[in-house]
Design a binder for this molecule. Structure first.
Ligand code: X8Z
Ligand code: ZN
Length: 660
C-alpha cells in the first residue's frame, strides 16, 4: 500500500506505517542494493519512465508484506513488513536524490508533475540516514501492531476476559448504560498509552525526513499535495468549515437536548455545554448514527434502520448453511456447528459486498475480478490478531484488488463496504496510467468516491434492494432520512478537521510532547464540542486510540471528502437527468452518470485536481454549497426544534471528575 496511487486507504499508510515488531533486529539488515545511478545523459523524461517501471517492479513486494502483517499480526510478519518498508523507502531515497539533477531544467509539464509527485509520494518521509530509516520503520510497525492487537482485559475472578475494538465499539453503539459506556470508552483509550514514547520519536524522525526533502516539517509536506501552496490548504479548509459550522452547531444542540433527556442534565452534558465523549455512540464521536434510537425525529414515521434486515439475512444464511451441510459427518457436532456458523458469516459478508458491487455495475462499471473474492479478508479470523480497520488494496497495479474488513451485518459496515469499493474502482480506472499518476486527483477525491455512492443510497434505493420497506414520502420521512445522513456526514465534519489540526501542531512543534493530550482535548472541545468526563492527563495518549494516528494516515482528506462528495453527487444527479430535491436523488442504474464518473476516475492524478473537479462539476473549487443545499430542510427543522435554547458551547471548562 505504499504508493499513494495505489493506496486506496492503506496506501498512504504504507508510505507511512507498518505492522509492529516488539524487538529490534540484532544487526541491521544491509541496505538494499541502490538502484544503479542513472547513466549520464538520462533525460528527465527517461528518468521518470525508469522510476515508473521500477515502481511497478518493487511495489508489489511492499504490498504483500503489508498485507501479511495486517492480516496476521505477529512479531515475524511485523519484522518482514518493517524490512520491506525500509527497502521501499531506500528506493525512494535513491530516486529522490537522482531527481535533484533535473531541478531547473526544461521539461514537459507532465514530467515536471511526475517529479513533484515523487517528492510527495510518502506521508512518512524517511531520514536519509539508513539507521534512522530502520528505526522509523520499526516504530511505525510497532505502533500499528499495538493498535491492531489492542484488547482490553479484565482479570477479575478466575477467568480473564478480553474485549477487542469491535466489542467495545458495540457497547457504545447499543448499550445505553452510562457506566458501561464509560468503561468501554476508557478501556479502548488505554491501549494507546504505550504508544506515546514511540509517537514522540516518530515525529522527530519524519520531520528529519521532511526537512531533507525541503519542507519545514511533515505537516507542510502533507499540505503540499494539493496543487496549491501549502498555506492555502489550511485557509481553504477553514473556509469550508465556516460554511458548515452553523449546521453542525444546530445538530450538536439538538443532540445535547436528547442526551439530557436520556441521562439527565447533570450527566447528558458537561459544563460549558460540551457533550460527554463516551455518550455519542462511537469511540471517537466521529459518527453519531448509532444514536438513532435517541435522536430519530419521528420514530413512528418510518423505519430507516437497515441493520435489522441485514441481521435477518445473516440468520437466513445460517439456515441455508445448515441445510447444505446437514449430511456432513466429519468432526464433532460442535465443530460442525462452528464451521457452519463461520461459513454463514462469510457468505453474509460477501452478499453485502455483492450489493455494493451491483451499484457500481449498474453505472456501467466492471465487475470486481474473481481474485477479489478469493483474496480479500471479509470477516475477522478467530485464530490470530488482524487489523480490522477497513482498507482497500491495489496489490500490483494490474488487477489484484482486495479489501480487508471485519464485516458484521450492520448498517455501518454496509456503507463502509460501498466506501471501500469506491477506492478499488478508482484504482481500476487509473491502472492504465503510469504509476506516479495512479492516485486520487487529491486524497479527498479518493475518499469521496464511494461516499458519493452512499449518498445515492436513498430510502427508495434501499427498498429496491429489499433492505427497507417502501414507505410514502412525506415531510416526516424526509426529515428522518436527512437526520440519518446528518448523523454520519454532518457529525463527522469537525472531527475530520481536528485530527490534522492536532498533527500539524505536533509536526511544527507548536504542540509539545508534554502537551499532547491537553492539546488533543482542547481541539476536540473547540471543533466538536465534546469532552471526556474524567480527567485525561498526560499519562494518556488519546490521539493514539484513533487508527490513523499510529498508522500515520493523513486525515484532512476525510474532511475534504465530506464536502466534495456532495459536489460529486450533485453533478452525477444532474448527469442522470434527475430533477427534484437533491437529497432524494439516486443515480442508481444511470449509465450517463457512470460514464461521467468513470471519465473522472481514469484521470487519476495526471492533472491538477481543480481541472478534474471542473470537468465533473463545472466548478474548480471546493464548496460546501451542495452539502448545505442537501441538508437545507433538516437545517430549518433543527432551528425550529432548538428555538429558545442556548446553542453552542464554551471551551476551556475543565472536566469534572466527580461526574461519573
Ligand atoms: O478510515 C476510513 C475508511 C478507510 S479509508 C474506513 N474512514 C475514516 C475513519 O474511519 O475514521 C472512513 C470515514 C473516516
Ligand atoms: Zn477510505
Amino acid at each position: 500500500m505504499l504508493r499513494p496511487a495505489l493506496l486506496a486507504v492503506a496506501m498512504l499508510t504504507v508510505l507511512g506505517g507498518l505492522a509492529a515488531c516488539q524487538r529490534k533486529a540484532p544487526t541491521p539488515a544491509p541496505a538494499p542494493p541502490p538502484t544503479p545511478a542513472a547513466s549520464t545523459g538520462e533525460t528527465a523524461d527517461q528518468f521518470i519512465a525508469r522510476v515508473n517501471q521500477e515502481v511497478r517492479q518493487h511495489y508489489p513486494e511492499l504490498n504483500s508484506a503489508q498485507w501479511l502483517s495486517n492480516t496476521d499480526i505477529n512479531s515475524d510478519s511485523e519484522l518482514i513488513a518493517a524490512k520491506a518498508n525500509e527497502r521501499w523507502l531506500a528506493h525512494l531515497a535513491v530516486w529522490l536524490a537522482e531527481a535533484k539533477r533535473f531541478e531547473g531544467q526544461p521539461m514537459a509539464p507532465q514530467t515536471a508533475r511526475a517529479l513533484k509527485l515523487l517528492t510527495l509520494w510518502t506521508a512518512m518521509p524517511a531520514p536519509q540516514d539508513p539507521k534512522q530509516r530502520e528505526e522509523l520503520t520499526q516504530i511505525a510497525s510497532r505502533m500499528e501492531g499495538m493498535y491492531g492487537a489492542g484488547r482490553v482485559c479484565n482479570s477479575e475472578g478466575r477467568h480473564k476476559t478480553c474485549r477487542d475494538i469491535g466489542q467495545l465499539g458495540d457497547v457504545l453503539a447499543k448499550n445505553r448504560d452510562y457506566d458501561a459506556q464509560l468503561q468501554a470508552w476508557t478501556g479502548w483509550h488505554s491501549i494507546s498509552i504505550p504508544m506515546r514514547k514511540d509517537y514522540t520519536r516518530f515525529v522527530t524522525l519524519v520531520n528529519i525526513g521532511a526537512r531533507q526533502l525541503g519542507y519545514a516539517d511533515t505537516g507542510e509536506l502533507w499540505r503540499a499535495g494539493y496543487d496549491m501552496p501549502p498555506p492555502e490548504l489550511a485557509k481553504q479548509s477553514d473556509r469550508l468549515w465556516n460554511q458548515v459550522k452553523p449546521l453542525y452547531e444546530q445538530l450538536h444542540c439538538y443532540a445535547r437536548g436528547k442526551l439530557d433527556a436520556q441521562y439527565g442534565k447533570d450527566k447528558g452534558e458537561l459544563p460549558g455545554g460540551l457533550l460527554p465523549a463516551h455518550l455519542l455512540g462511537n469511540l471517537w464521536q466521529q459518527d453519531w448514527s448509532n444514536l438513532w434510537d435517541l435522536l430519530a425525529p419521528y420514530p413512528a414515521a418510518v423505519n430507516l434502520d437497515i441493520s435489522g434486515t441485514l441481521q435477518q439475512r445473516a440468520q437466513a444464511e445460517l439456515l441455508y448453511a445448515q441445510v447444505r451441510k446437514q449430511d456432513d459427518t466429519i468432526g464433532t457436532a460442535a465443530a460442525r456447528a462452528f464451521n457452519i456458523e463461520r461459513a454463514a458469516q462469510l457468505a453474509s459478508a460477501k452478499l453485502m459486498t455483492r450489493d455494493a458491487e451491483s451499484f457500481y455495475v449498474s453505472l456501467g462499471f466492471p465487475k470486481l475480478p474473481g481474485s477479489y473474492w478469493q483474496k480479500s479478508q471479509f470477516i475477522r479470523p478467530l485464530d490470530r490478531d488482524v487489523m480490522c480497520h477497513a482498507s482497500a488494496w491495489d496489490m500490483n497495479m494490474q488487477g489484484d484488488l482486495r479489501t480487508k474488513m471485519c464485516i458484521t451485518p450492520s448498517e455501518e459496515d454496509y456503507t463502509t463496504i460501498y466506501h471501500e469499493l469506491g477506492h478499488l474502482y478508482y484504482d481500476m480506472a487509473y491502472n492504465p496510467l503510469p504509476p506516479l499518476f495512479q492516485n486520487g486527483a487529491q486524497d479527498g477525491f479518493h475518499e469521496a468516491i464511494g461516499d458519493t455512492i452512499v449518498l445515492a443510497m436513498t430510502p427508495h434505493y434501499l427498498a429496491s434492494v429489499g433492505l427497507l420497506q417502501e414507505a410514502p414520502q412525506n415531510s416526516q420521512s424526509q426529515i428522518n432520512a436527512q437526520m440519518r445522513m446528518a448523523l454520519s456526514k454532518v457529525a463527522f465534519l469537525p472531527f475530520g478537521l481536528m485530527i490534522d489540526r492536532w498533527r500539524w501542531g505536533v509536526f511544527d512543534g507548536s504542540i509539545k510532547p508534554a502537551d499532547y493530550n491537553k492539546a488533543w482535548w482542547a481541539l476536540k472541545a473547540q471543533y466538536q464540542g465534546v469532552a471526556p468526563v474524567t480527567a485525561r492527563g498526560e499519562d494518556y495518549f488519546d490521539a493514539g486510540a484513533k487508527y490513523h494516528v499510529p498508522a500515520n494516515t493523513p486525515y484532512t482528506r476525510y474532511f475534504l471528502a465530506n464536502i466534495l462528495q456532495f459536489q460529486f453527487y450533485k453533478a452525477l444527479c444532474d448527469a442522470s437527468g434527475y430533477k427534484g430535491r437533491l437529497s432524494e436523488c439516486s443515480f442508481y442504474g444511470s449509465k450517463a452518470a457512470g460514464d461521467k464518473y468513470w471519465a473522472m476516475l481514469r484521470k487519476g492524478n495526471s492533472q491538477p485536481w481543480q481541472q478534474t473537479l471542473q470537468e465533473l462539476t463545472g466548478s474548480d473549487h471546493m464548496d460546501a454549497a451542495p452539502l448545505l443545499e442537501y441538508f437545507a430542510p433538516l437545517h430549518t427543522w433543527l432551528k425550529q426544534q432548538n428555538a429558545g435554547l442556548q446553542c453552542g458551547w464554551i471551551t476551556g471548562s475543565t472536566p469534572n471528575p466527580d461526574r461519573n
